[in-house]
Design a protein around this ligand. Sequence first.
Ligand code: 3HC
Length: 307
Amino acid sequence: KRPVAAPDKDLARTVTKVGVIGAGLMASQFALLFLRRLQVPVLITDVDQARVDKGLASIHEEIEKLEGKGRIDSDTAHRLRALVHGTTDKGEYADCDLVIEAVFEETAVKQQVFAEIERIVSRDTVLATNTSSLSVEEIGSVLEHPDRLVGFHFFNPVAVMPLVEVVRTPQASEEALATAFVVAKDLRKNAIGSADAPGFIVNRLLAKVMGEAARALDEGTPLATVERAFAPLGLPMTPFQLIDLVGWKVAAHVQDTMASHFPDRFHASENLHALAELDQALEKDKGGRVTGWTKQAQKALRVGDAP
Ligand code: 3HC
C-alpha cells in the first residue's frame, strides 16, 4: 500500500474552469463553493433543463443570502452570478480543468457519467468523485486514464463543514492528488488524505453513529427516545437530524456499503430503508422535519413501539 501522504503541491494543475456534474442540492452547494472561493467559471449540467434551472435558481438564492448577510458586496454577487452557467450540453465540459460529480450514489451511475465526460475533456483534466463510501478505484476502472480520478469527499452542509477527504487510489497520479489538495486549500477547507477504503475515514465513525441509532429502532426503541438519548452528548445534531441532513437514502446506502464490506462491524438496518422510503413519500418540508414527523416515522418503522 502507498502511504497516504500529501503530494508535492507544485504538481497541481491550474484550475481556470470547474465543471460540476449534476444540479441537485449537493451539486448546487459545490458550485457555490467553487464560485465563491475560486472565482472562476463554474458549469453545472443535468439531464433536463428544468433541473438545471432549479439548480441555478438555488445558487442565485444563496448568492443573494450571502449579499444580504454582508458576506459579499454587490459587485462580487454580480460577478458570481455571471460566472455560473447551466446547460444540458455536456460538451461544455471540454475546457474544464477539474470536473467533480455529485450524482446518484451508485457505482454504475458514476462510472457511466465519468466514461462519458472523459471522452469530452482534455487529457489533463482532473476528475473527482464525491462518493460517500463507494470504491473510487472501482468507479475509475472504466476510465481510459484512471490516474486522473481522485475521491474528493465533502461534508454537509458543504459551505460550513471545514473538512474534505482526498481519496488516493493505487492508480491516482501525483498531479491529480496535488490539484485536489491545492483546490481544497483555496476553498478554505482542511484536506486530509485517505486510502480508498470503504467509508474512507469519517464515514466509518458517522456510519456507526447513524447505524447504531437505526439499530436501536430495530430493537424496538421509539425514534423520539433515541433522539432524546443522544441529546446530552452535546453533539451538534442528533443521529436522525444528521441522517436527515445527509439524506436518508444516502445514509442507507453508506450503511449498506459498510455492512457489505465489514459484516462483523456494521449492520444494514431495515428501518433505515423504511425511513428513507417514508422520506421520499413525504413532500419535503425541511424546517424541523425530524421532530415534526417523528410520530409518522415511528408508524413507518418495521417494529412495534417499545413499552
Ligand atoms: N447550508 C448552508 N449553510 C448552512 C446550512 C446549510 N444547510 N446550515 C447551516 N448553515 C450556515 C448558517 O447559514 C450559518 O451561517 P452564518 O454564520 O453565515 O449565518 C452557519 O451555518 C451556522 O448555522 P446555525 O447558526 O443556524 O446553526 P448551528 O450553529 O446549529 O450549526 C451546523 C449548524 C453547522 C449544520 C451544525 O449543526 C453541525 O455541525 N452539524 C453536524 C453536521 C455534520 O456532522 N455534517 C457531516 C455530515 S456527514 C456527510 O456529509 C458525509 C456524507 O458522505 C454522509
